[in-house]
Design a protein around this ligand. Structure first.
Ligand SMILES: C[S@@+](CC[C@H](N)C(=O)[O-])C[C@H]1O[C@@H](n2cnc3c(N)ncnc32)[C@H](O)[C@@H]1O
Length: 283
C-alpha cells in the first residue's frame, strides 16, 4: 500500500517508515521529466572499500563534499557515513533536479503532492491515493482522458496555491537513515552553472547520473565543465560511477591537477564510461 503524502511527511511518518514503505512511496512518484523517484541502498560498499585509501589520506582536508543526482539521498547518507568513518567531517551538499515538493490542499476532499512547478506527483482523494501519471493500459481503457484533464486542472490550481504561499513545503528525501544535519539537500541542475558552488568542493561524486545513454556528449562536457568549476582546486577529487544490473560499479576516481585537467587515481570495474571525456576536458 502506498502512503498518502500527508502521512509520509508527517512527524509520525518518520518513525513509522520502513524501507519497503518508503520505497513504495517514492517509486510511485513520477517526475515531470518522466523518471521515477527511486534509488537503492548499499550500492557502493565495494567501491568505497577501493577508494578508501585516497579518502583516508585526505580526510583532514575534506571540508565540503558535493553529491550530484542523489534521488532520495539514501546513498548520500551512506556516503556521508563512509566519509565520517574515515575521519572526514565534511559538510555534504546533495543535489538533484527534483528535491522540493509541496503538499497542496486543492479542494476540501483533495490534496495534491506537486513539484515546485505544480506538476502533480500524487493525488489524495478522500484518503485514497490516486496516481496522476498515465500508463499504457490507460490508453486502452480511455482512463487517460480524466487523468489528463485532472492534471491540467490541478497543475494550474497547485501552481497558484504554491505561488500564494498556501502549501506545505517538503523534501523528497529519505526518512530512514539518520541525517545529523550534515547533509543539505538542494535542488540543482548539473547542466546549469551554479555560482554559489564555484570553487567550494574538495570531493564531488556523480553516481548513476552522467550516463551516455541518458545524456549526449555535449551535455556530458557541459556537466564536466561545471563540476570542474565547483572543485576547490588542485588535489580535489571527482568520483564518477555507474552501477549495473548485477549491482557492480564501473567508476573512476580522478584528481584535479594544477593545470585544471584531471588524472586518474583509481579505476574500478573497468572504469567510468565517460573517463575519456573527463580526461580530454580542459579548463
Ligand atoms: C538513478 S538516480 C541516482 C541516484 C544516486 N546517485 C545513486 O546512484 O543511487 C539519478 C538521479 O539523477 C537526477 N538527475 C537527472 N538529471 C539531472 C540533472 N540534470 N541535474 C541533477 N540531477 C539530475 C534524477 O532526478 C535522479 O534522481
Amino acid at each position: 500500500m502506498v502512503l498518502r503524502a500527508t502521512e509520509f511527511f508527517s512527524k509520525e511518518g518518520a518513525s513509522a517508515c520502513d524501507p519497503a514503505t518508503e520505497s513504495a512511496f517514492f517509486s510511485a512518484l513520477k517526475m515531470r521529466n518522466g523518471t521515477f523517484k527511486f534509488t537503492q541502498p548499499c550500492r557502493f560498499s565495494e567501491l568505497e572499500r577501493l577508494i578508501q585509501p585516497f579518502v583516508k589520506e585526505r580526510s583532514g582536508s575534506l571540508q565540503e563534499v558535493l553529491d550530484i543526482g542523489v534521488s532520495t539521498g539514501v546513498t548520500t547518507v551512506e556516503f556521508a557515513n563512509f566519509l565520517r568513518s574515515n575521519g572526514a567531517s565534511a559538510k555534504v551538499i546533495a543535489t538533484d533536479l527534483f528535491i522540493n515538493a509541496h503538499i497542496v490542499h486543492a479542494w476540501p476532499q483533495l490534496t495534491v503532492l506537486a513539484d515546485s512547478e505544480g506538476w502533480p506527483l500524487q493525488y489524495d482523494f478522500r484518503g485514497i491515493v490516486v496516481r496522476p501519471w498515465i500508463r499504457r493500459l490507460d490508453y486502452l481503457t480511455l482512463a487517460f482522458v480524466p487523468r489528463l484533464l485532472a492534471r491540467w486542472l490541478l497543475r494550474a490550481r497547485a501552481r497558484a496555491l504554491i505561488a500564494a504561499g498556501s502549501s506545505e513545503v517538503v523534501q523528497m528525501t529519505t526518512r530512514l537513515l539518520s541525517n545529523d544535519g550534515d547533509i543539505l539537500f538542494v535542488e540543482n541542475d548539473i547542466m546549469k552553472r551554479a555560482p554559489a558552488f564555484a570553487g567550494r568542493f574538495d570531493f564531488i561524486r556523480a553516481a548513476n547520473i552522467l550516463n551516455l545513454n541518458y545524456f549526449g556528449e555535449r551535455q556530458i562536457n557541459e556537466a564536466v565543465a561545471n563540476i570542474r568549476s565547483y572543485l576547490r582546486g588542485p588535489g580535489a577529487l571527482l568520483l564518477v560511477t555507474r552501477t549495473n544490473n548485477a549491482r557492480r560499479n564501473a567508476g573512476t576516481l580522478f584528481e584535479l591537477l594544477p593545470s585544471g585537467t584531471f588524472q586518474i587515481l583509481k579505476r574500478i570495474g573497468g572504469g567510468s564510461e565517460i573517463e575519456r571525456q573527463i580526461l580530454r576536458s580542459r579548463p
